[in-house]
Write a protein that binds this ligand. Structure first.
Ligand code: DX5
Ligand code: ZN
Length: 219
């Protein structure tokens, strides 16, 4: 069994989004939904006007990656739309002076899987104390904000260290990476300990997105 593949619709064709969601329903494991507020990260993506119409047609789990300063404002509404997985950044919790453990508990209380994300410049050790409260940790493999960036090589060591710590704690917390993933590095990522690979441009810029998704989990 390889990793689960979560294509990021940030790179989808927004004029024909229904077509892309149907393609993901048929080929992917998870739909990754990037929400950016232009404040935590230097870009704005989209919000509920895009998530709402996706919700009734998604047949596979939806994963909301919140790159916003106040993630806690949106948990309830996301749960109401049937979002299955919801992650926020440790940097956001720090900025908003909120306790990340408490936010993870709030997400879980709403019936969603709770994820804690960190950018590449945050020491991976910073998340160790949250492993017990998280269903997954998102180790960013590029700086959050844009699709199509180059994969940061140090991610392998960060993932391996995190996986080791998760085992040490006897936890079943999953590891997700996001950014610069493709069929070229999927196997190495899986072997380093990644359970869920997010991929935007590699999937949507591909001639055959279904085959690209498959190449990332079957090797
Ligand atoms: C970046 C987003 C990613 C992005 C990945 O901030 O969180 O999900 O869509 O895009 P690629 O796979 O093109 O690096
Ligand atoms: Zn993302």
């Amino acid at each position: 069994m390889g990793p689960k593949i979560a294509p990021s619709i940030l790179s989808a064709d927004f004029l024909h989004l229904e077509k892309d969601i149907e393609m993901l329903n048929a080929n992917a494991d998870i739909i990754h939904i990037d929400v950016m507020d232009g404040s935590l990260v230097p870009n704005i993506s989209f919000g509920f006007s895009i998530i709402e119409p996706i919700s009734p047609i998604a047949k596979i789990p939806m994963d909301a990656h919140l790159m916003v300063v106040h993630p806690e404002r949106w948990f309830e509404r996301l749960a109401g739309l049937g979002i299955d997985m919801c992650s926020f950044h440790l940097e956001a919790a720090r900025k908003a002076r909120l306790d990340a453990s408490e936010l993870l508990r709030q997400i879980k209380a709403l019936g969603m899987k709770a994820g804690l994300a960190i950018n590449p410049d945050i020491p991976v050790k910073s998340v160790y104390k949250y492993i017990k409260d998280a269903d997954f940790i998102l180790v960013m493999s590029v700086f959050a904000g844009f699709g199509g960036q180059k994969f940061i090589y140090e991610t392998y060591d960060r993932v391996a260290a995190l996986k080791e710590e998760i085992k040490r704690q006897g936890s079943d917390c999953l590891v997700q990476i996001d950014g610069g993933a493709s069929p070229a590095n999927a196997k190495n990522l899986y072997e380093a300990g990644v359970d869920i690979i997010v991929a935007g441009s590699a999937v949507f810029k591909s001639e055959d997105p279904g085959a690209t998704i498959d190449a990332m989990r079957k090797f």
